[in-house]
Design a binder for this molecule. Structure first.
Ligand code: PLP
Length: 422
């Protein structure tokens, strides 16, 4: 079961109307494109999602009618821009259930958010001999910033293990917490295996030991309801481009109590109250963490993307993508010599696989020529590949605009590839 359990304080909607898939697909102009003369099948959604015209139009409209730098001017356009930007913050706050508006910091994306916390939290709370805990299934973005922090401070990076299904071994994770552990940084969903971690339970375990948790939500936010208060996450980061929004914008949610205590990690315009050559005083939250001209147009696009996702309905997205996953898994496993990596009980719609005897790049390149876009390689998770003793996988990842027919096409293409490669 894919469980993004409905947050206890949210009522389940009883009025969901099943959206029309044809209508949904027509919202995404890129999906009507042909590549090499064939209708494109876009199965690289874990890398980035395509954008509905509602998002594209919001950006076009903003540049055409509203654009001006935010927070700086008293003139009409500047005020309109600022209003649109701050409305986007409200939309994000509501979408992830943050208690305070000032707990929403706009960043360039997940990577930027994790780096911000690793630097700023690290400056304030991590010292020599302390420990930082991550897991074996992290994206490089949730490994390297912590490694850099550990090197800077003389701290130690510890890694919680996974099993052959690509699931975290919770008992082992628990054993790794010590009085020296300063933070646990963990993905809610693995990008290469699809594993959904029992993140609420893990946060509870960490909190019982007084340890704060950063959740990398890059692969979770687009697949189901996330409520940061229900999860009790200390930090939650995600990227706009993975949730049908533009690139270059992302969100760092942090509990007020942490953000208040953390120093800014970048200096510049907008993050200050007063500057003299002797001393600078910093702005309040969230602006303390938003130095320089933020990608405010990106934030407007993200606002439109969240509105779009909500119009489709998270319940529909979750249940339809689950059907796609079940169908794709069954179809792919019927192909002789195909092995799926990532067989967790609780998964999102990702089916990383290898075809015996055929290199993943060859599979990806031939699929491309057949009009099917998949990701190949390590998916920025080299340690996972090392764990399985492989150098990469082919990774189709599915979104709510994909169809069962497209999965049939993928399966048929793979059978042809097997024949081609003998
Ligand atoms: N974390 C996970 C789990 C991801 O899947 C990704 C991107 O694929 C990232 C972090 C990095 O996201 P971005 O490149 O948008 O900063």
């Amino acid at each position: 079961m894919i469980s993004f359990p409905p947050p206890s304080r949210l009522k389940k909607s009883t009025t969901t109307v099943k959206p029309n898939l044809h209508q949904i697909r027509s919202d995404f102009p890129i999906l009507s494109q042909k590549v090499y003369g064939k209708d494109i099948v876009y199965f690289d959604n874990a890398a980035t999602t395509q954008k509905p015209k509602q998002v594209i139009e919001a950006i076009l409209n903003f540049y055409s009618n509203t654009n001006s730098n935010i927070h700086r001017g008293v003139h009409y356009l500047s005020e309109k821009s600022t209003e649109a930007y701050e409305n986007a913050r409200k939309t994000v706050q509501a979408y992830i259930g943050a208690k305070h508006l000032h707990e929403i910091v706009f960043t360039a994306g997940t990577t930027a958010g994790i780096n911000a916390v690793a630097f700023s939290f690290g400056e304030r709370f991590v010292k020599a001999d302390d420990e930082i805990l991550i897991t074996h299934m992290e994206h490089h973005a949730n490994i390297v910033p912590w490694q850099m922090l550990a090197e800077r401070k003389g701290a130690k990076l510890k890694v919680a293990p996974i099993n052959q299904n690509g699931e975290l071994i919770l008992d082992e994770l628990e054993k790794l917490f010590t009085p020296k552990t300063k933070i646990l940084a963990i993905s809610q969903v693995s990008n290469s295996l699809g594993t959904v971690n029992p993140i609420k339970e893990i946060i509870q375990i960490a909190h019982d030991k007084g340890i704060p948790v950063l959740v990398d939500g890059a692969q979770a936010i687009q697949h189901g309801k996330v409520d940061v208060q229900d999860l009790n996450a200390d930090f939650y980061v995600f990227s706009g481009h993975k949730i049908y929004g533009p690139t270059g914008i992302g969100v760092l949610y942090g509990k007020e109590k942490w953000l208040e205590q953390m120093p800014p990690y970048q200096g510049g315009g907008d993050m200050i109250k007063h500057v003299t050559f002797e001393k600078t005083t910093y702005n309040e939250l969230p602006f303390k963490f938003e130095a320089g001209t933020i990608n405010y147009v990106g934030a407007v696009g993200l606002d439109a993307a969240i509105e779009y996702v909500e119009s489709i309905g998270l319940e529909f997205i979750e249940s339809y993508e689950k059907e796609l996953l079940t169908y794709a898994t069954e179809k792919l496993l019927r192909i002789d010599g195909l092995r799926i990596f990532g067989t967790a009980k609780n998964k999102i719609a990702v089916t990383s696989f290898l075809l015996e005897g055929i290199h993943q790049f060859d599979v990806g390149m031939v699929l491309d020529k057949m009009g099917i876009a998949v990701r190949t390689g390590t998916h920025c998770t080299e340690p996972i590949m090392t764990f399985f003793g492989i150098d990469g996988t082919v990774r189709p990842s599915y979104a709510f605009y994909n169809t069962f027919e497209e999965i049939d096409q993928l399966a048929e293409a793979l059978v042809k590839i097997k024949v081609m490669f003998g």
